[in-house]
Design a protein around this ligand. Structure first.
Ligand SMILES: NC(=O)c1ccc[n+]([C@@H]2O[C@H](COP(=O)([O-])OP(=O)(O)OC[C@H]3O[C@@H](n4cnc5c(N)ncnc54)[C@H](OP(=O)(O)O)[C@@H]3O)[C@@H](O)[C@H]2O)c1
Length: 184
């Protein structure tokens, strides 16, 4: 089994998006996201960022593909027109399987699923999803997309000190899946 983590910023109601975009702007959180998903312990390796097609669309053209990471977009479209070298797959399982092939095994370090709601929903149910990196924003925004309930299956490992931007506090937390969460 190939393991992966998920990275998300959510508000007090688990809200993550509004009208195809982020409802907030926190440069400190963007920096955290970039460092987390880019850094590797082996310099010749890269991390993978997997995302739904709508999340891909939400990234401004000049910032995508996300640099120094292998970008894979999930879509059911048969002939999507993502620029090279962006990868795509029509299911999460197929996307993950790609990185188990010998051509990628030597090249990749960690796999991060980065949204949005539809993808988080499917991925959270998979036992291969071992870790969550959550930015907890201490405010309620007007959102139309949400992160699923995760509290039962995951336990909190670490939490950062609270930061503040635009007068809104937020902090970073890491969660680990309970080892017996998926036993029958
Ligand atoms: N706060 C955060 O951390 C965060 C992170 C990421 C995104 N967001 C926000 O979340 C919102 C987007 O979320 P969303 O749920 O609307 O869209 P999404 O999950 O980003 O993308 C949905 C699309 O992904 C494809 N898809 C879905 N399930 C699939 C599967 N099992 N296999 C293959 N392809 C699949 C389909 O693409 P096709 O239609 O092309 O077939 C579907 O329309 C935006 O507002 C974005 O800003 C927030």
């Amino acid at each position: 089994m190939i393991f992966f983590s998920m990275v998300v910023a959510m508000d007090l109601q688990r809200g993550i998006g509004k009208a195809g975009n982020l409802p907030w702007s926190f440069p400190g959180d963007m920096k955290y996201f970039k460092t987390l998903t880019t850094k590797t312990t082996t310099p010749r390796k890269q991390n993978v960022v997997m995302m739904g097609r709508k999340t891909w669309d939400s990234i401004p053209q000049e910032f995508r593909p996300l640099p120094n990471r292998i970008n894979l977009v999930l879509t059911h479209k048969q002939y999507p027109d993502f620029p090279s070298p962006v990868l795509f797959a029509d299911s999460l399982e197929k996307g993950l399987r790609l990185f188990q092939t010998s051509s990628y095994q030597e090249k990749i370090e960690d796999i991060f699923i980065i949204g949005g709601e539809e993808i988080f929903e499917v991925a959270l149910k998979m036992p291969a999803c071992k870790k969550l990196y959550i930015t907890h924003i201490q405010h309620t925004f007007d959102c139309d997309t949400f992160f699923p309930h995760f509290e039962q299956q995951f336990k909190q490992n670490t939490t950062s000190k609270t930061l503040q931007e635009n007068g809104i506090p937020y902090y970073f937390a890491e969660y680990q899946r309970h080892t017996n969460a998926n036993l029958p």
